[in-house]
Design a protein around this ligand. Structure first.
Ligand SMILES: O=C(O)CCC(=O)C(=O)O
Length: 271
């Protein structure tokens, strides 16, 4: 078991973030990077979708990564033994590029309740202050969801370019610096952001959204999730098995369809 200590669990309850934990072997890291190389071969719009949403639908390597016991044992300490993956995607910033992530709380648009939801953010390349690592405001997960504005700013990697409408207290901010193969864990309500990549290498993270099986989608829509540990006697989510291979044509087609539908829905909201 690679579980968390009582002290680490207390820190997470207080701060809403824990790091760093080494979780990937060199071979696992190389396999995940090879998935990114493969995604790079797709046309731009499809590539963007494959990076940014439900990437585990197309790659068994990534499904295996979501099931990595060094990750799950720690996640279990935070949300209990019955665990589903609701989403998984890359956050990739090219070298010396303007891409950034505005201050936000993940829970704002996800519609999921209660907040027994944690993200494992796994670094595939050095995630440093220079390369635009994630930054968090510890303790903000204990308050409510604050107002967000939708900027639709194209360099903001979030779907609506959403940003928290009030100033985040910069004195409290912590840089989540990670080496390749290390992960951080963050609470669904913690305020976090990241700055542009000023380094000469790509900054790549794989973010896995773990939800406890008793979490439900409040928007009314039936939602999908992949069970990775324990049991699901709540049955709030339609079970999704994830990819059975690497970029199987039927998986890529299903992904493209879901991405296009999501883009259409967003375009309507953007007016
Ligand atoms: O990778 C980043 O810079 C931001 C990641 C993020 O917002 C998230 O994982 O929730």
């Amino acid at each position: 078991m690679n579980g968390l200590s009582e002290a680490e669990i207390r820190t997470y309850r207080d701060d809403g973030v824990l790091f760093p934990f080494p979780v990937l072997s060199d071979a696992e890291l190389a396999a995940a990077l090879a998935v990114v190389d493969r995604i790079d071969t797709f046309p731009a719009e499809q590539r963007a979708g494959l990076l940014l949403a439900r990437t585990h639908w197309v790659s068994k390597t990534l499904c295996d990564l979501c099931r990595n016991p060094r990750i799950l044992d720690r996640v279990e300490g935070l949300i209990g033994p019955n665990i589903l993956v609701w989403g998984a995607n890359f956050f990739l910033k090219e070298p010396r590029s303007p891409a950034y992530v505005g201050w936000h709380q993940d829970a704002t648009y996800w519609g999921l309740e209660p907040a027994d939801i944690v993200t494992a953010w796994v670094a595939l390349t050095p995630s440093t202050v220079e390369s635009g690592c994630m930054r968090v405001a510890p303790g903000t997960h204990r308050g409510g969801i604050v107002d967000h504005v939708e900027t639709w700013q194209p360099d903001n990697l979030l779907s609506r370019g959403q940003e928290i409408a009030v100033e985040v207290d910069q004195d409290t901010v912590v840089d989540v610096v990670l080496r390749p193969g290390e992960m951080s864990l963050h609470h669904v309500k913690i305020a976090h952001n990241s700055e542009p990549n000023r380094a000469s290498h790509r900054r790549i993270g794989f973010a896995i959204r773990y939800v406890a099986a008793h979490v439900r989608q409040g928007s009314g829509a039936r939602d999908l999730a992949m069970q990775v540990r324990g049991e699901d006697r709540w049955n709030y989510f339609e079970h999704d098995e994830g990819a059975k291979g690497e970029f199987l044509p039927e998986d890529v087609a299903r992904h493209a369809e879901a991405w296009a539908a999501g883009r259409r829905a967003l375009a309507k909201q953007a007016g």
